[in-house]
Design a protein around this ligand. Structure first.
Ligand code: PFF
Length: 455
């Protein structure tokens, strides 16, 4: 597709609606689904957690996603200038800056976990898990994460792959990559879920996923479910604002957001179905925690028929899912640098790469030599995770719904969602969306914030 010639630095854009959908779903589906969701389900009572999670996706996640989409598509600008363009002379631009800071914090630790994924894919290809007992695999993971060089190599490779796609731009990098990887990813996870659910003894794992045990639910479960909904749908970080700014005016925002949320939730449940039945079939505790994917799964693979091959396929899926997400996080920061500092894309990627490489190294070393260095009682890795997923994303989400619901107002929202009346979105649906954006999502976020402060 040719570039428009009247503006030399014309903004890149997605070429098709399918491209937008796979890029949005690519951002949403990631380590959050494959690494975080299964262990949170395991720690918080299985199906009960999933139901609370679904409630938050609908009541808080979708309104925030729609709001961010409206901001990005209407302004056609990156994080900070989007708010500034829609509310000139105000301080709303700070929301965009918070989003950029949030993305830097996420990618700093995300890249380390992506690096572990790279290392585990390598180990799977070498069939290193074929005779692993649980203790050995635990030691393997703690030795890897606590050592100095190997995780840094993994982090560097992962960040370099991310940067490579982002340098190629939106249409030629992000969209093309996601178009191939997302369908592949769904096929892989469906295949593994079928394998896992047909293992002898997998029945209790399947019912754990689908039969709620409310006795495990505490106030912590609600916090975890909301945080996970935001993390998994990539909200409150201006990621949706940035991608939406590359979306053409004809796209149907309501349907794109709904499809993204459905795809992300379906993938998370499939990931649960791939992991939980196998966890039960091999008599492992579902509440294993963040180690679940890196310790428990290789143990399961080592005992499963065809486990060596399945391990390769699983860690390949993990890596691809992590990459389609990390490119979206990097794009937020790169687009910000391009627009705010008038940098060229390559220079912006190089600068952000350098900063993130250093921060990622610090996160990685916080499992080893820097493990005693604490910020507000947390290691560097946990600090970045906490500040982004538990603080900045929730603040960013709250500001986005308040901005759209109360600052932009009903007329603008209806105009944007219906493409200036060209799309026929039923009035009752628009009213429900507005009600969710103005009242329900802010109330849910406020309640959780008060809860969290009281804990
Ligand atoms: N949604 C991604 C995941 O589930 O792994 C993580 C993520 C991507 C968070 C993009 C924030 C973001 F802007």
């Amino acid at each position: 597709m040719s570039k428009t010639t009247n503006q030399p630095a014309r903004r890149d854009s997605f070429a098709s609606s399918f491209g937008v959908l796979v890029a949005m779903a690519g951002s949403a589906v990631g380590l959050g689904n494959l690494w975080r969701f299964p262990y949170l389900v395991g720690q918080n009572g299985g199906a009960a957690f999933i139901l609370i999670y679904l409630g938050f996706v609908i009541l808080a996640g979708l309104p925030v996603m729609l709001s961010e989409f409206v901001i990005g598509r209407r302004s056609q600008a990156s994080a900070r200038s989007a708010f500034q363009k829609l509310a000139p002379g105000s301080h709303w631009g700070i929301t965009g800056i918070l989003g950029v800071i949030c993305c830097v914090c996420i990618l700093a630790f995300y890249s380390v976990v992506g690096g572990w994924g790279t290392e585990y894919l390598y180990k799977a290809v070498c069939f290193d898990f074929t005779n692993g007992d649980a203790e050995n695999l635990k030691t393997l993971f703690s030795t890897l994460s606590a050592s100095v060089w190997r995780p840094l190599v993994g982090h560097t490779i992962f960040l370099a792959m991310t940067a490579g796609v982002v340098i190629a731009g939106v249409k030629n990098g992000i969209e093309k990559f996601s178009k191939v990887m997302m369908p592949l990813l769904f096929l892989i996870i469906i295949a593994i879920a079928i394998r896992s659910m047909t293992l002898p003894g997998s029945g209790p794992g399947v019912s754990y996923m689908f039969r709620p045990d409310w006795s495990k639910v505490t106030s912590q479960t609600f916090l975890a479910a909301l945080g996970q909904a935001f993390f998994s749908l990539s909200l409150g970080s201006c990621m949706v604002v940035t991608y939406a700014s590359y979306v053409k005016k004809e796209a149907n925002i309501v349907s794109l957001c709904a499809q993204t949320a459905v795809a992300d939730t379906a993938f998370a449940i499939l990931a649960g179905c791939a992991i939980m039945p196998a966890v039960f079939a091999f008599g492992i505790s579902p509440g294993e925690g963040p180690n679940l994917v890196f310790v428990t799964l290789p143990h399961i693979f080592s005992q499963m028929p065809l486990g060596g091959i399945i391990a390769i396929i699983f860690f390949l899926a993990l890596l691809l899912a992590a990459l389609t997400s990390s490119i979206s996080i990097l794009e937020v920061v790169v687009a910000f640098c391009i627009e705010e500092f008038k940098m060229k894309r390559k220079a912006a990627v190089a600068l952000v790469f350098a900063v993130l490489w250093v921060l990622g190294c610090l996160c990685s070393l916080s499992f080893g030599p820097l493990s005693d260095f604490k910020i507000i009682g947390k290691t560097i890795f946990d600090f970045f995770d906490f500040v982004s997923a538990d603080v900045l994303m929730l603040i960013g989400g709250m500001l986005a719904v308040l901005f759209v619901g109360w600052k932009l107002g009903k007329k603008v929202v209806v105009d944007e969602l219906s493409n200036s009346g060209k799309l026929h979105i039923p009035g009752w649906l628009l009213n429900i969306i507005l009600f969710l954006i103005r009242f329900v999502a802010p109330a849910a976020l406020l309640a959780i914030a008060i809860f969290q402060i009281h804990e």
